[in-house]
Design a protein around this ligand. Structure first.
Ligand SMILES: NC(=O)c1ccc[n+]([C@@H]2O[C@H](COP(=O)([O-])OP(=O)(O)OC[C@H]3O[C@@H](n4cnc5c(N)ncnc54)[C@H](OP(=O)(O)O)[C@@H]3O)[C@@H](O)[C@H]2O)c1
Length: 239
C-alpha cells in the first residue's frame, strides 16, 4: 500500500537494466509510470506490480513525448514529482565511425527524445516544484569506439546545464553520469567488455546511488565505483 509522502514518478526506459532496477527500488513507496520500446505484453512479467507501463518509442522523439503525455492523462495525473529520462541506446563503432542509421538512432533516442519529453513534462513538474533528471554517462567526456553515444551524452549534459539555469526556482534539473554497469546494453550495442564486465557496477547499486542523487537534487553527479566505495549505495537521502 503506497502511503503519505509518496511521489508520482516517471522513468523512461524503465523495463530493463538500470531503469528497471530503479523502478523496483521505488515501486513500494511511490506511484510509477515507466516507458520502453517493447510492447506491454512483452514486459508484463518483467515490471513490478502496480507500476503502469507505456510504449513510447524514442526513435520518434515527438511521438514518444505524446505517448508519455497520453499515459499520464490515462492515470489522471496533472502533476508529477520526478521524471527520470533514462532510456538510451548505443552502438559500438570499433573503427571510430558510426553507421548513418546508428547515428540517427542514438541522437534521436538519447537526445532529441529527451528534449521533446522535457518540454512536454515541464508544466507537470512545475506544479509540484519537481525534479527532472537526465541520465547521461561518464562517456559524455568522450570515449573511444562510441563517438555518437558520447556526443549524445555530451549534448544531454549541456541541455541539463541550460535547463537547470533556465528553470531555476520552478523545476530542479540535474544530470547523473553512471559509470559502467552490468546490464544488457553492451551486448545490444555489439560491444564485448570481456573480463572488464566483472568490474562493472551492479545495476541495483547504480540505481541505489541514483535514487540518493535524485533526492539530493545536485548536478552533475557521477555514479561510479568511487562513489560506491565510499558507501554511496548505502548512504545519502532517501527518495
Ligand atoms: N549500462 C551502463 O554501463 C551505462 C553506463 C552509463 C550510462 N548508461 C545509461 O543508462 C541508461 C540505461 O542504460 P541500461 O544500461 O539500463 O540499458 P538497457 O539495459 O539496454 O536498457 C535501456 C532501456 O532504454 C529503453 N530504450 C532503448 N531504446 C529505446 C527507444 N527507442 N524507445 C524507448 N525506449 C528505449 C529500453 O527499452 P526496450 O527494452 O523496450 O528497448 C530499456 O528500457 C541509458 O541512458 C544509458 O546510456 C548506462
Amino acid at each position: 500500500m503506497i502511503g503519505a509522502g509518496s511521489r508520482r514518478i516517471v522513468i523512461t526506459g524503465g523495463n530493463a537494466g538500470i531503469g528497471l532496477a530503479l523502478a523496483k527500488k521505488l515501486a513500494d513507496r511511490h506511484h510509477l509510470l515507466i516507458t520502453g520500446r517493447k510492447s506491454p505484453a512483452d514486459v508484463a512479467r518483467i515490471i513490478p506490480g502496480g507500476v503502469r507501463y507505456v510504449l513510447a518509442d524514442q526513435g520518434d522523439p515527438e511521438a514518444s513525448a505524446r505517448a508519455l503525455a497520453d499515459g499520464m492523462g490515462d492515470l489522471g495525473w496533472d502533476r508529477i514529482d520526478n521524471a527520470v529520462l533514462n532510456a538510451g541506446v548505443g552502438f559500438a563503432a570499433p573503427d571510430g565511425f558510426d553507421a548513418t542509421d546508428a547515428i540517427r538512432q542514438t541522437l534521436d533516442t538519447n537526445l532529441a527524445a529527451a528534449i521533446a519529453q522535457a518540454r512536454m513534462l515541464y508544466p507537470f513538474l512545475e506544479k509540484s516544484r519537481g525534479t527532472l533528471t537526465f541520465v547521461g554517462s561518464v562517456a559524455h567526456r568522450g570515449s573511444a569506439a562510441i563517438p555518437a553515444y558520447a556526443a549524445s551524452k555530451a549534448g544531454l549534459h549541456g541541455l541539463a546545464r541550460a535547463l537547470r539555469s533556465e528553470w531555476a526556482g520552478r523545476v530542479a534539473v540535474q544530470i547523473l553520469h553512471p559509470g559502467p554497469t552490468r546490464t544488457d546494453m553492451h551486448e545490444k550495442a555489439g560491444y564485448d567488455p570481456g573480463r572488464m564486465r566483472a568490474l562493472f557496477l551492479d545495476a541495483d547499486d547504480t540505481a541505489k546511488m541514483m535514487a540518493a542523487a535524485i533526492a539530493s537534487r545536485r548536478s552533475p553527479v557521477t555514479v561510479s565505483w568511487l562513489r560506491y566505495l565510499v558507501g554511496g549505495a548505502f548512504t545519502g537521502r532517501r527518495l
